[in-house]
Design a protein around this ligand. Structure first.
Ligand code: UDP
Ligand code: MG
Length: 317
């Protein structure tokens, strides 16, 4: 069966590039359709994420003249991740597979062909992975790669150098809806869903028009959100640090007592130092312990699904 594909593109102040993007995407879809890779009921969906420029007017005009184009308008700027989710959930169940891609087409469209191929071979998720960042500035490459390394070190289940260019099937989209957290860090969630996944490698291209909508501040907020929605490691560091300073205070106590009995201290020094070391250590330890419990509460509050059944046998009589 030829799959019905939905392409979802979040757009924030993208008036400079939207026409270029749309022409390219339509030509690309035409070629996919003529090669029998996607059905001609496939669609392109632009999600306007509260842009302050003419982005929505352009999307509306495109949708009015081209039945292949769908537009979703958010009431304000909700951020890239939420815009993506809005586009996906708006058309849930109506398509066989969904590909999310940035509006600037920095992700190579040609990677979609192997993505569809892996989907046909049974993959529910196909990650687009950038294996060549030569077009990125040193700064972007460095910050992005440090981000992935740090995430992996903190045990956040991201795929190295995979952003939000991916194919998911309708099954994954249904499961994604069961993740009830408000701060959805999509590229961390998808790998936790499981099911059969594949990777496709591509070269990241340059932005053709307009500028990045991810300045350093947004990147840092994004990274921090990723860490705190997946990892209790920062809190665990406090616990380790507490345990360490507790041990240190015990060693200090031995030293202080030794100097006292050796008679080389001034009056009051011993008791002050002992108290300080002991209470600092135990405070830190207690904060770390409380942190562990808050971490548990936090896991519960997110109410993620406990498990996902891929298949099961039907009951027969
Ligand atoms: N974007 C969005 N909302 C935002 C910021 C960005 O929908 O608040 C979209 C943006 O229009 C683009 C995608 O997210 O389609 C990625 O942004 P960009 O290309 O500027 O990021 P970069 O490639 O520089 O990391
Ligand atoms: Mg970009």
């Amino acid at each position: 069966m030829i799959p019905k594909l939905l392409l979802v593109l979040p757009c924030y102040n993208e008036e400079a590039i939207l026409h270029i993007t749309n022409t390219k995407l339509n030509d690309f879809c035409d070629s996919l359709i003529s090669r029998g890779l996607i059905s001609n009921e496939s669609r392109i969906c632009y999600v306007n994420d509260g842009s302050r420029d003419a982005t929505w007017d352009i999307i509306e005009a495109l949708a009015a003249t081209n039945p292949r184009v769908l537009g979703v308008k958010l009431s304000r700027n909700f951020g890239h991740q939420n815009a993506l989710l809005a586009g996906l959930f708006e058309y849930k169940g109506l398509f066989d597979c969904y590909i999310s891609i940035d509006a600037d087409l920095q992700d190579d469209l040609n990677a979609i062909i192997p993505m569809l191929e892996k989907y046909r071979e049974g993959a529910s998720v196909v990650y687009g992975v950038r294996d060549d960042r030569s077009s990125d500035t040193f700064f972007k490459k460095f910050t992005a790669e440090t981000f992935y390394k740090m995430m992996l070190w903190l045990k956040v289940p991201v795929i190295f150098n995979h952003a939000d260019f991916r194919l998911i099937d309708n099954r994954v989209l249904t499961e994604l809806e069961n993740y009830r957290e408000v701060n959805m860090f999509i590229r961390g969630i998808i790998p936790t869903i499981g099911l059969k996944s594949e990777k496709v490698f591509y070269k990241r291209l340059e932005r053709e028009a307009g500028e990045t909508k991810y300045p350093l501040k947004k990147m840092l907020t994004f990274a921090w959100n990723g860490v705190t929605s997946f990892s209790v490691m920062p809190m665990r560091f406090v616990l380790w640090f507490g345990a360490f300073s507790f041990v240190l205070s015990a060693i200090l106590a031995i030293y202080v007592l030794y100097t006292k009995f050796a008679g080389v201290t001034t009056a009051g020094w011993t008791s002050t130092l002992l108290m300080m070391a002991f209470f600092n250590g135990s405070n830190m330890l207690a904060i770390g312990l409380i942190g562990e419990y808050i971490g548990k509460i936090y896991e519960e509050v997110k109410a993620r699904p406990r498990y996902i059944v891929e298949k099961s046998s039907p009951v027969r009589d």
